[in-house]
Design a protein around this ligand. Structure first.
Ligand code: G1P
Ligand code: ZN
Length: 543
């Protein structure tokens, strides 16, 4: 067994995006591609000799091969121990939980989240720090800088490690511990929620359906919802993780989780429905014939937090990503706690949570979580809702409508234009930037533009500055239109348009969001000249 130093040449495209490095599988499979990036991580994170790491992924195609490569490289780079989820499996929130619980130096998570998998699908990798959260921008920039100058990497010349049984082996001087990916996480959930109350709710005939979308959360949901909470077998659908997610797009929204949506809007629909994504960190919440927008879900979770045992002491604060609706801000105001507005991506929440400034965080992109981990957490959100439902004994719809009555409704929608030529997408952003001064003060019927800017965030904890985080058109009545380019896609560019309008009038709360936002959508298309500049009449996905 020897340590090989392999010569390589830098790849120019290893810049981590919103959540790590994501590329098509064939890109990752190029000789040295994954190895270069892993060595760039190891060279940037200054881990002490014999440090330990957590390693696992969402089980998508190429997960197993990548795990073996990373183990051999960790051993050759002086790590003392790696904790690997059995079969190479770990949901993203479970990885965060294990890093924190076992106090490792950090972890490497293999996932392209909600992007499709398979030989022609996507793969991804990211480094999480000792707080369990995605590396900060300072670290991801250092990794990228390293990837541009790398000329060799170290790897152990050794046979593959068996990963399918719980065991402890050694690789060179490094320990490899294969552990149960579910148990630490399930234990954490039991410590936060009133499992007895949820069990009683389910026993009383409250029906639930959870769609794991053939992704990583299947085993977690079966253990927690069916085994520990007693939901009848079959309450978890698509519960067997598959390398290609059964050919599906494991993104829990109304478009891609259509099997679940049909059930929840069908006859005899269950009382509660939910889905999570490829790596288990996103969630969608549904009631009988009713959809809860993620922005509303964050606000409702916040407003009801003290009903849930793990949060009964109240919240330190709330944080939401800039494009997420301001529904949570209204709850924060009522609770007299601070509300922070961060750029898109979970990595910006970590500092706020580490400093004790916030307890809950959320994004409009179906992400909600709390300071129990440093990632968003799909099943956590599901359990939170179930706990609230068990206490309030009302339907999902009644809880949401009651919330709107009290706080007003933030109508919200996001339009995604996927797979655009990069120049066309940049052209729209450029055109908008050039229109800032002409737009400011301009009136469109009842909407007056108050501010146009490029969102810039100064981290209140470490003072770091993140520029160009999305174009904001803010109207005098609090309505907003945001334009942003996605940082997670692997093909061309994706332009996202976020629309929000606040409606205090209860008699208008029944409106369909698309109907309520019609005028704003028209303004967004008009000022951006999106249709002319991209040649697209319709968005690819509306959420
Ligand atoms: C998207 C979401 C963002 C989320 C990220 C990772 O990033 O918009 O909120 O944190 O996926 O799940 P984007 O593609 O917009 O850069
Ligand atoms: Zn995800």
């Amino acid at each position: 067994m020897s340590i090989l130093t392999v010569n390589t040449r830098p790849f120019s495209d290893q810049k981590p995006g919103t959540s790590g490095l994501r590329k098509k599988v064939p890109v990752f499979k190029q000789a040295h591609y994954l190895e270069n990036f892993v060595q760039s991580i190891f060279d940037s994170i200054a881990a002490p000799q014999d440090a330990s790491l957590v390693l696992g992924g969402d089980g998508r195609y190429y997960n197993r091969e990548a795990i073996q490569i990373i183990l051999k490289m960790a051993a050759a780079n002086g790590f003392g121990a790696v904790l690997v989820g059995r079969g190479g499996i770990l949901s993203t929130p479970a990885a965060s939980c294990v890093i924190r619980k076992h106090k490792t130096f950090g972890g490497i998570i293999l996932s392209a989240s909600h992007n499709p998998g398979g030989p022609d699908g996507d793969f991804g990798i990211k480094f999480n720090s000792s707080n369990g959260g995605p590396a900060t921008e300072t670290v991801t920039e250092a990794i990228f800088a390293k990837s541009k100058t790398i000329f060799s990497y170290r790897i152990l010349d050794v046979a593959d490690v068996p990963l399918d049984q719980l065991c402890e082996t050694t690789l060179g001087g490094m320990k490899v511990r294969v552990f149960d990916p579910v148990s630490d996480y399930a234990e954490l959930m039991e410590s936060l929620f009133d499992f007895a109350a949820i069990r009683a709710l389910l026993k009383g005939g409250f029906k639930i359906k959870f769609d794991a979308m053939h992704a990583v959360n299947g085993p977690y949901a079966k253990e927690i919802l069916e085994a520990r909470l007693g939901a009848p077998a079959g309450s978890v659908m698509n519960g067997v993780p598959l390398e290609d997610f059964g050919g599906g797009h494991p993104d829990p929204n109304l478009t891609y989780a259509h099997d679940l949506v049909e059930i929840m809007y069908g006859v005899d629909a269950p009382d509660f429905g939910a889905a999570s994504d490829g790596d288990g960190d996103r969630n969608m919440i549904l009631g009988k014939h009713f959809f809860v927008t993620p922005s509303d879900s964050l606000a409702i979770v916040a407003a009801n937090a003290t009903l849930v045992s793990g949060y009964k002491q109240g919240l330190a604060g709330i944080a939401r990503s800039m494009p997420t609706s301001a529904a949570a801000d209204r709850v924060a105001k009522a609770l007299n706690i601070p509300c922070y507005e961060t750029p898109t991506g979970w990595k910006f929440f970590g500092n706020l949570m580490d400093a004790g400034k916030v307890t809950l965080c959320g994004e409009e992109s179906f992400g909600t979580s709390s300071s129990h981990v440093r990632e968003k957490d799909g099943l956590w959100a599901v359990l939170f809702w179930l706990n609230v439902l068990a206490v309030r004994k009302q339907s999902v719809e009644a809880i949401v409508r009651g919330h709107w009555e009290k706080f007003g409704r933030n109508f919200y929608s996001r339009y995604d234009y996927e797979g655009l030529p990069t120049e066309a997408a940049n052209g729209v952003m450029q055109h908008l930037r050039e229109s800032f001064s002409a737009l400011t003060g301009k009136q469109f019927d009842k909407y007056t533009v108050q501010v146009c800017d490029d969102f810039c965030y100064t981290d209140p904890v470490d003072g770091s500055i993140s520029k160009n985080q999305g174009i904001r058109i803010l109207f005098a009545d609090g309505s907003r239109i945001i334009f942003r380019l996605s940082g997670t896609g692997t093909e061309g560019a994706t332009l996202r348009v976020y629309l929000e309008q606040y409606e205090p009038d209860v008699s208008r709360h029944h409106l369909d969001a698309q109907e309520a936002l019609k005028e704003l959508i028209g303004i967004a298309l008009g000022i951006s000249e999106l249709q002319t500049l991209t040649g697209r009449d319709q968005p690819t996905v509306i959420t």
